[in-house]
Design a protein around this ligand. Structure first.
Ligand code: AHR
Length: 655
């Protein structure tokens, strides 16, 4: 019996009309013209970016390298994630951190068990043999006698991987730290703290970080996940969401001011993805905000991307609150607008200003050079532009240089979309965020989506998109359809200035939403075929579009072929992208007008899988990857044959 996906694949192939091809048509060369000298619109350096949201345990338990879950005992069940033994009580009297007041009091008299705490991490704690992990905690003794704590990493069989000790003394809160170096690699280890001295001790903000983080930042990101982002060479970095910006309620919305300053004192928040899907509940999913706005800006810098924060516009999630009054009245919107103005000051302001000083105190006196700001995520109806208008006015007045991004709602067409676009034009926003999670068929049919878009007014930010097959898996099918669709983004680079796939990350043991760009567990990661498509576009963006035509027409699906062309003025190269979504070889004849005679050497990058269902997995991460080879041709005509189900990129020196 055919699997669900292969049915989708057959449907796709049928929709491409391959069954009607005659043998003669199959061998006929498809002729195209590429006009190298007809240098078109610039491709924005920001064009291909990434969008990060804390979904699928993407931040805590994912990119943010902290290994302890509920490190400050602030979850609604304060011992969630911890297994206490002996006498452990949660208290908040005389706290160490005002905004995270709970701490654990451990009392050990003569219990056989002794007294202690055991943390399970995020579906385990991933540690690697011989690598160093920094354990830190805040502690005080209850009476003046010192307390010795044993700190251990244990594996899934309860065998000890590493043991160290801390001596706690004094009745005032102090920070203690020790490095742990496990003997073995383990994806699901636990941290255990045991009192060895009778008495009582208070413990707070118990943290375990790999010594090696991405770019060696303290309070940093997981090195492999950070590097995977950098390897995408993203032009823009959108954060922190998505729906979490809106919150399920206005109280649980994302408030950037709660995410800056010392990590220990950032008040935690529920993660709205912990209860969004009734069939996928994650009561232990919170936002520690250890990865907060300072870290987001710093990460943008570390991966070479323009930061693009998204702020709440005074509306909580409209999906979750249909028919309910979950919006801030216009006359009470001022604090929300101030949050936007203060954020710009935090990012760019001189260190003499309140928020610029905080940035400097956190370790970054130089401005972050923020240029883009989105107000609202997936909003709709008149309540959105009414609010956005007040933001636009205030931001334009104080910071006219900032580019403002508005929303076109959750759908890529339909009533809300049709209503919002003219509203965005009326408000004169710089870019409009469009979202589409759609079928393979939609992606192929929409490769020409932007060919006839209005060239005046706001530009497009394709802020969230992904091809969704019925089973919502990251197969080669989805990557191929995205590659085909993206030829249309590139061809229309005068209209589309930014695009970001969504969502970015998913923890293999704790995800809510798929497909996603990068899957990870506690030790490793898998780059999906979709990741490689994004990477190919980004590494081969070029600086200007040039025409790639079949007769007078763009190549947007005729005979299952999709194509775009660009030149890179910096390197003086021609870049061609060609996607064949059909199941037959295609002979191509490309007349490259403007190319000098003589030999042309270049590079070909090919993404191909014979099976549309092919996936990259933890056991087989390299199944669908780009393969590079060199190519050479004479004169200005490139004759080649391209495989079925394939995405080709060529780079040729123009000299
Ligand atoms: O990417 C997942 C979610 O999809 C985002 O949070 C939201 O903006 C969209 O509905």
């Amino acid at each position: 019996m055919k699997s669900h996906l292969s049915k989708v694949a057959s449907l796709l192939l049928l929709s491409m009309g391959i069954s009607g091809l005659t043998a003669q048509e199959a061998v006929k060369a498809h002729e195209f013209n590429v006009y190298v000298k007809d240098v078109g619109v610039p491709i924005q350096p920001t064009m291909y970016g990434v969008f990060f949201e804390d979904i699928n345990f993407g931040a805590d338990g994912g990119l943010y390298a902290e290994l302890i879950k509920n490190r400050s005992f602030e979850f609604q069940s304060p011992l969630m994630g911890w297994t206490p033994f002996g006498d452990v009580a949660i208290r908040e009297k005389s706290p160490c951190f005002e905004r995270n007041p709970h701490y654990a009091r451990l009392t050990y008299t003569n219990q056989v068990t002794k007294t202690g705490l055991d943390n399970e991490g995020f579906r385990g704690i991933g540690v690697k043999a011989g690598e160093s992990y920094d354990l830190s905690l805040y502690a005080r003794t209850v009476t003046n006698s010192p307390i010795r704590l044993r700190v251990e990493l244990v594996d899934r069989n309860n065998d000890i991987l590493e043991t160290r000790w801390l001596e706690i003394s004094g009745t005032a809160w102090s920070k203690y730290a020790v490095a742990l170096t496990p003997a073995d690699t383990e994806a699901k280890s636990r941290l255990r703290i045991t009192m060895e001295t009778p008495g009582a001790v208070d413990l707070e903000h118990i943290s375990l970080f790999p010594a090696k983080t991405f770019n060696n930042r303290p309070n940093g990101m997981r090195a492999d996940l950070g590097q995977a982002l950098k390897d995408l060479k993203p032009g823009v970095f959108r954060f922190p969401g998505g729906c979490i910006v809106e919150g399920t309620t206005i109280e649980t919305r994302y408030q950037w001011k709660n995410t800056v300053g010392p990590v220990e004192n950032r008040p935690i928040n529920l993660n709205r993805w912990n209860y969004t899907f009734p069939h996928k509940k994650f009561p232990d999913y919170y936002q520690s905000y250890g990865l907060g706005f300072f870290e987001y800006f710093q990460l943008s810098e570390d991966i070479g991307a323009e930061p693009l924060p998204v702020l709440n516009c005074g509306l909580s999630c409209q999906f979750e609150n249909e028919g309910m009054d979950q919006h801030i009245p216009l006359d009470k919107l001022r604090p929300y607008i101030d949050d936007a103005l203060d954020l710009i000051e935090f990012a760019n302001g001189p260190t003499s200003t309140r928020w610029g000083k905080l940035r400097a105190d956190m370790g970054h006196p130089a401005p972050f050079n923020l240029k883009l700001l989105a107000i609202g995520n997936e909003q709709w109806g008149p309540i959105y532009p009414e609010r956005l208008e007040l933001f636009v006015k205030a931001i334009r007045e104080k910071y006219p240089e900032i580019k403002i991004i508005g929303s076109s709602g959750p759908n890529a067409e339909g009533d809300q979309f049709e209503y919002l676009w003219p509203e965005m034009r009326r408000l004169n926003v710089d870019l409009v965020d469009e979202h589409y999670y759609r079928s393979p068929e939609w992606f192929l049919a929409n490769a020409g989506r932007y060919d006839a878009y209005d060239r005046e007014g706001p530009k497009v930010f394709a802020g969230e998109y992904a091809c969704h097959p019925h089973n919502r898996e990251n197969s080669f099918l989805t990557a191929l359809c995205e590659a085909a669709f993206m030829t249309g983004l590139e061809r229309n680079a005068d209209v589309v200035h930014l695009c970001t796939y969504a969502p970015l990350f998913a923890h293999a043991d704790a995800w809510q939403w798929r497909p996603d760009l990068i899957w990870f567990d506690n030790l490793s990661l898998v780059k999906t075929p979709n990741y490689y498509v994004q990477q190919i576009y980004s590494l081969n963006a070029g600086t200007n579009v040039v025409p790639f035509l079949r007769g007078e027409e763009p190549v947007r699906g005729q005979d299952d072929l999709y194509a775009s062309a660009a030149i890179d003025k910096r390197t003086n190269e021609l870049i061609l992208k060609i996607v064949n979504t059909g199941i037959r070889n295609r002979k191509l004849k490309l007349n490259i007008d403007g190319l000098s005679s003589g030999k042309h050497k270049g590079k070909q990058t090919l993404m191909h899988a014979a099976d549309l269902e092919a996936k990259n997995t933890f056991s087989d991460p390299w199944r669908v990857i780009p393969v590079e080879s060199s190519v050479e041709f004479d004169g200005s005509v490139l004759e080649t044959s391209i495989q079925p189900l394939s995405f080709y990129t060529y780079r040729f020196d123009l000299r």
